[in-house]
Design a protein. Structure first.
Length: 375
């Protein structure tokens, strides 16, 4: 049993079905020609032979339809089965030509019409092979007719018809090959352009990431935070409040001086990871510069903001770092304020900074909530 096709494969299967149904129009026209020729007496055969043409056509096309519908054609090198369908059509039209009588000269153009359906699929070699097959089949037909039914039809006229068919197929092969090569060039240019677009998209994404992300911690940078915070304030409901926390890692310069900048980088990265894991998905944390960080909480009351920052402060105070000696821990101080819809972001940042200043002057390792009396 064939595997279920993915969306891309299903799209190509649908396209193959469209082409198949389009080819059936040619078969329907052929059936109509057979019926009309038999009705007016120009078909040299019995009603059973007429029925055999239609039955063979319907039977072979039903097989191709079932192969596509069942996705069995995907196992083939050419899932469109273009070569197979053209070979079957050439053999069927040759069988019809054997009983076409005076209409044979008119019907030889059906060979060319058959090859037109492979104009976007066949290579130059395939075109030549199928053209040669059509000429061999038609040539064999007129040879056998001349041998078994001499005088039934002018052999010279049959040879002229074969020559006309050869000229048409030769021109069609050249045209089809040119169209195929032109299509391949366009496809190659399209693929190249698409690859360049993907590269540009990737570079734009990297540039966007560099413009909005702090390289050391992976957090949003100051510029992105200010832009995003302003956007969220614009979208605030009248009753909504946002929580703002300005955080400073205590005595961070001492860590760099005593244990090196690598240790300092590890502390910054450790806090960033802790903050990401401690906050909700909708909350925003960013590196504000140096050892300063800023956090924006959505839908937060003063009590909830203070409780959240206290949990973060307590967790950071017991966090261990490989670059620091055993028993050496870090702490943070935080200044907090609540943002209302009518507030200005710069003013709120200044309020949080004043609360942070108070937390540092009060002994550090603490959180202070801004009160209007501080202004």
């Amino acid at each position: 049993m064939s595997e279920a096709p993915d969306s891309k494969t299903a799209k190509f299967q649908a396209l193959r079905l469209q082409r198949f149904y389009l080819a059936q129009i040619n078969y329907l026209i052929t059936y109509l020609v057979i019926g009309v020729a038999w009705a007016v007496g120009h078909y040299q055969g019995s009603a059973w032979l007429v029925f055999s043409h239609i039955l063979l056509g319907l039977g072979t096309q039903l097989v191709f339809l079932l192969l596509i519908r069942s996705n069995w054609n995907l196992r083939l090198k050419d899932p469109s089965m273009t070569n197979a369908q053209i070979v079957v059509a050439i053999l069927l039209i040759t069988y019809l030509q054997a009983f076409a009588g005076p209409l044979r000269g008119t019907l030889i153009m059906i060979y060319a019409n058959i090859l037109v359906f492979g104009i976007f699929q066949l290579s130059r070699r395939d075109f030549h092979i199928h053209s040669g097959l059509a000429l061999v089949c038609f040539g064999l037909l007129i040879t056998l007719e001349h041998y078994f039914k001499p005088g039934a039809r002018s052999f010279t006229l049959s040879l002229v018809e074969w020559f006309v068919l050869a000229c048409f197929l030769f021109c069609l092969s050249l045209t089809g090959s040119y169209i195929r090569e032109l299509r391949e060039r366009l496809q190659q240019r399209h693929n190249t352009l698409q690859a360049h677009q993907e590269t540009l998209r990737g570079m734009m994404g990297q540039l966007q990431n560099l413009a909005t992300t702090d390289a050391l911690t992976g957090l949003a940078n100051r510029r992105h935070f200010l832009t995003e915070a302003q956007r969220r304030m614009t979208l605030m409901r009248p009753s909504q409040q946002l929580g703002l926390a300005l955080i400073d890692l205590d005595h961070f310069k001492r860590i760099n001086d005593l244990y090196g900048h690598a240790a300092g980088d590890e502390v910054l990265q450790g806090f960033a990871e802790l903050a990401r894991n401690s906050l909700r998905d909708g909350d925003l944390v960013a590196r504000f510069g140096g050892e300063e960080f800023v956090i924006l909480l959505g839908d937060s009351s003063p009590e909830a903001l203070l409780q959240c920052m206290e949990r973060l402060r307590t967790a950071f105070a017991v966090l261990n770092f490989d670059a620091l000696p055993a028993g050496v821990h870090c702490s943070l101080s935080a200044g907090l304020c609540v943002i209302c819809p009518e507030d200005d972001l710069e003013v709120c940042l200044n309020d949080a900074d004043q609360a942070l200043y108070l937390a540092k002057n009060s002994g550090r390792n603490r959180c202070e909530l801004h009160q209007p009396s501080y202004a």
